[in-house]
Ligand binder design. Sequence first.
Ligand code: GLA
Length: 733
Amino acid sequence: MSEKTFHLRNGRVGVLFAQTGEQLPAIVHWGADLGALDADDLGAATALVRPGPAPSSPDARTLPSLSPEYSRGHAGTPGVVVSRTEAAGSWSPQWRTESVVCDGTELRVRASDEALGIDLEARFVLEPGGLLRVRHELRNAGDRPVDVRSVTVTLPVAGVAEELLDLTGRWGRERAPQRRRFGHGRWSRPSRRGRTGHDASIVLAAGTPGFDFATGEVWAVHLAWSGDHDVFAERGPDPYALIGGAELLGPAEVVLAAGESYRTPWLLAAWSDAGLDGISARFHDWFRGRPAHPTSPRPVTLNTWEATYYDHDRARLSQLVKTAAGVGVERFVLDDGWFRGRRDDAHGLGDWQVDAEVWPDGLADLIEEVHDHGMEFGLWVEPEMISPDSDLARAHPDWVLADGDRTPPSWRHQQVLDLSNPDAYAHVRDQLVALVTEYDIAALKWDHNRDLIDAGHGGRPAVHRQTLAAYRLMAEVRRARPGLEIESCASGGARVDAGVAEVTDRFWPSDCNDPVERAMIQRWTSLLVPPELLGSHVGPEVSHTTGRHTGLDLRAVTALFGSMGIEWDLTDLAPDQLERLAAWISAYRSHRDLLHSGRVFRTGGDDPGLLVHGVVAADHGEALVALVPLRTTPEVTTLPLRIPGLSAERRYRIDRVLAAEPGGRVQPWPWPDGLVAPGSVLTRSGVVIPWALPQSAHLIHLVAVPDDLPDDSTPHDPPMPAPTQAPNQGENS
Ligand code: GLA
């Protein structure tokens, strides 16, 4: 039988496909670029991985195809399962390839199963940054309906990938890593929440044992979808080792009429031989290359939630506006509580008009005041929800998303608005469009504060349609006000994924602003999402979600490594605190170009006591590094830590940007400010992280020194303002 090969290469990654006869191609390699191989070499590469005969096996053993087929003996998860109830036995396809088109970075395979009357198109796009995007499309080519039960996208990983890492979590502590051995069986992370989920594994990685941020060969996937989904890793003795993902569909949730198609969400797949930092670099490059990726400087945002909650006292808000502008805030967002009947979380969702009792003159004068202070205005909404106690629910009780007459359990006293209902959809869209056209609104914080439970429409599961309708709604509202930005929030970080990222501009990763927790939440969320899309706010001294006391510097240094903002009532801060906060905001503003374009690195294990992370410019010209001892560690100080990503050919000047420790004292450092060192020394030999109190915060800026200028002619960082706290009297070293 004839053998054909197809080879994709881009961004130092290679994907090699082999096709036998008319069978569906199989992926024989996804990983490091194998180089420019001629036909003989490609033939050898595929011959070398073809499974030979073995006892108690099919007589002709094959590799799992790009959509593994049960009908050819794949005993793991099948690529496609359909149901044609009118044709008994027609559920498991065996594909015949119609065409393969390969241009070197993209491959499209068309295949059909004539008996079943379905077609498949598989699309693989290898992006310039080496990220592989895969999507399958299933078409009903017959004349009887097809119930799509599952279309799974899988990719093979090398046998050396013997360890798995995925993410879990809850409200206030999203994206905690967990690891296990990648043995035989299926490790699956399904999410049936109708939103991405606090516990969703937004990245699932398989790698060489012990892989960490800097080392190891790693294969990782993310499914770009906010509805029900599964990501999984599966290994069998046949042998195969696959990672992949699929949308989870209920019975008859997607039934294709003749000629209709179902497309899977994109599976984003990253390979790296430089650990998890290499994985996130590929995800970040891809996000940044999207045409709609925000390119304007990410504004310092004050969100009113933890400052005022539902108490929209006009005078207090004015004071907050003034104080915010004074410390350098650029966008002022009015959170929950502004619309009809919304005095607490039990009422009003669905009635998206300004509450005349609280806001007798509407929002216009607050917005004007915000603008007069040089800031943009943003507003909180939660359009996919409905409070049973709302005019909307009273007028249209049938607009609640429910399976028949059974009302889903209440959650935060609210239900979900059935967006599959065209009237409900049009109603909420018109209200939102009216809002963003009447008022000069630069941004919406778009919330989604409950899981979908028992979500049905017309007697069929409805999460698929609800998710697509939510995306369409966001897109329509954005079209109504060009330039409008949307922040995706869902009780904190329960809707963080690359699907909703297509219609939004920022994520709210968590309601927890406690920097000790938040540092970890950001560390793991940024595995997928670049820092410029991660809202990251300085909260109050006593965290509203954990009760932990932390210093301003620690809170600020944590917030600085995202899209920085504030979630704090600034109106009762002492002048020295405001001054210190302003200094941090100014540091963010002067470094945000670097922070939002450079390559992120982290050191230490999954949950280190000493947090060291930073961003290195794409051209290696500068880096900003945070040194944050979250806890005490058994070492007195560190053995030298390497700062990755600097150029070995250049020399760097090292400046401390801001530094303070709880109690206000600042330890003397072993090296003087302004010391110049070769990049080779910093990346290969390393630096000792000075002794510091737990929960102190240090930031260093490294700038390449121009070769032809004396060292001291490089621009220096502004001098450090004094820390706010009184000097610690009790030194006992
Ligand atoms: C959710 C969000 C919060 C805040 C509240 C308002 O919990 O995550 O940031 O907006 O809703 O009700």
